[in-house]
Design a protein around this ligand. Structure first.
Ligand SMILES: [Ca+2]
Length: 448
């Protein structure tokens, strides 16, 4: 606490001095003092000195980075306040628990079957809380939609995904998390660049040093902005002069809406529409390519909810099979891509879209998830990728992520074998590729 008080005093001192100078410039000239005020500090120069963190790597990095931040023209008091009190976090630099070093295996977007991943975003409590948030402040959401042209359900769904509507914003000191990330090393460039952004935030007066709370990877506030994102997109929507994404829901939600709007969000257009496909449909068309709505209709796709397609002017969509040909099928529109600019995972964007729809009273999907299938783990995906590459179907880098290239390679393999070419990486599909038996090959009902 004492350290925080000390750090805050640097900013207050700098701000008071600025205010004093500003007021002088606009006031009648006082009698000239006979000599400079004795309280005026002589400008400090040279390296900033810090108390040791007790961690040699942190101390060495901070000395070097502090000098570079000063050389880049950052305010001395701000640099010092940001880098004072940096200390090693077990999470990043400890020896016993290092999620930062476990790679993608810990990222839920890749590790779980989609229907498991969706359990929390589509839970009754998440949906009902989102609906309650929408209902308790309709004027705010009217204003947000009018100002940013982003549907309120999308804004609230992201709020729910990021922090459970502000319940889990993260209570790490943002500068300390980023400093630890820099010292840990693999994301040094990103961490240092984000630290410089934090300095800019303080220099502009958009937030105060002690406000800079973050999650374990440096994302801040209700809607989890990295510092550079904050600089580019944060908004003061309640008009108090601060862009307070930590404590002001209006500011945080406006900031998220501004980000979505700047990423190309189109008001009242769907992110996705669940569809039904006719018998004999060619699932290799789920290849990541967008096609005109007319061609999807000619191919026989119809809305799963019945009626006619209503896309509000969205003319292009790609067909996406989140769980293969046996599961729910979606046409995805541009707003889905916009969700992915927040977090570049299909499952994340899907959860935003589905949960937002549910908060708006439209539950999906209509079709059941094929929970009898066995999606691959990260290490099994690597096996699949290597096996496809070995057979001449280019799955790209063996990274354990079932991206579009991996799915395309699996589809090409399936097509070559006369199988349903849905590209869904299951144990059943892996067995076909590796030739280790034909356990329950995924054949879609209503196909062939
Ligand atoms: Ca504000």
């Amino acid at each position: 606490m004492a350290q925080f008080a000390l750090r805050r005093s640097h900013i207050i001192a700098a701000a008071s001095l600025t205010a004093l100078l500003a007021s002088c410039a606009h006031s009648p000239q006082p009698p000239a003092p006979s000599q400079p005020p004795v309280t005026s500090p002589s400008p400090e120069t040279g390296p900033i000195s810090y108390e040791s963190s007790g961690h040699a790597d942190i101390d060495a990095w901070r000395k070097d980075f502090s000098a570079r931040a000063l050389a880049a023209g950052h305010d001395r008091a701000v640099v010092k306040s940001v880098l004072t009190g940096i200390s090693p976090l077990e999470l990043w630099l400890g020896s016993t628990f290092q999620p930062a070093q476990t790679g993608i295996e810990d990222q839920a977007e890749f590790a779980k079957p989609i229907w498991d991943y969706l359990r929390v975003p589509m839970s009754n409590s998440r949906i009902s809380t989102g609906q309650a948030r929408l209902a308790e402040n309709p004027a705010l959401f009217d204003a947000l939609e009018a100002a940013y042209n982003v549907d309120r359900e999308a804004i609230v769904a992201i709020w729910g995904m990021e922090t459970s509507f502000g319940a889990i914003k993260g209570n790490y000191d943002g500068p300390n998390v980023l400093a630890n990330m820099a010292v840990e090393g693999r994301r040094k460039g990103l961490a240092e660049s984000e630290l410089l952004s934090l300095m800019k935030i303080l220099e502009k007066g958009d937030a105060q040093r002690d406000d800079l709370k973050a999650g374990w990877a440096g994302a801040m506030g209700h809607t989890q902005f990295m510092p550079s994102t904050y600089i580019a997109f944060a908004q003061d929507f309640d008009g108090d002069g601060l862009k307070d994404i930590w404590n002001s829901e209006a500011d945080a939600l406006a900031s998220a809406a501004n980000y979505l709007s700047s990423s190309g969000y189109a008001l009242h257009q769907p992110w996705g529409i669940e569809v039904l496909a006719p018998t004999g449909f060619d699932y290799s068309l789920a290849d990541g390519n967008e096609r005109r709505m007319e061609s999807w209709m000619q191919a026989g796709l119809v809305p799963a909810a019945g009626g006619a397609f209503n896309t509000n002017g969205a003319n292009y969509a790609e067909l996406w099979l989140p769980a293969g040909a046996e599961g729910p099928k979606y046409l995805l529109f541009n707003n889905f891509k916009v969700f992915k600019t927040y977090n570049n995972a299909d499952s994340y964007a899907f959860a935003v879209g589905l949960s937002g729809d549910a908060m708006g009273g439209r539950m999906g999907p209509v079709a059941a998830w094929p929970t009898h299938l066995h999606p691959l783990t990260v290490s099994e995906i690597k096996t699949l990728q290597a096996a496809l590459n070995a057979k001449g179907f280019d799955a790209g880098v063996v990274d354990g992520i079932p991206g579009r290239k991996t799915k395309g390679a699996l589809q090409a393999f399936q097509k070559s074998q006369g199988l349903v070419a849905d590209g869904y990486p299951t144990r059943e599909a892996l067995a076909m590729v590796t030739g280790s038996g034909s356990v329950g090959v995924a054949v879609s009902p209503g196909t062939n």
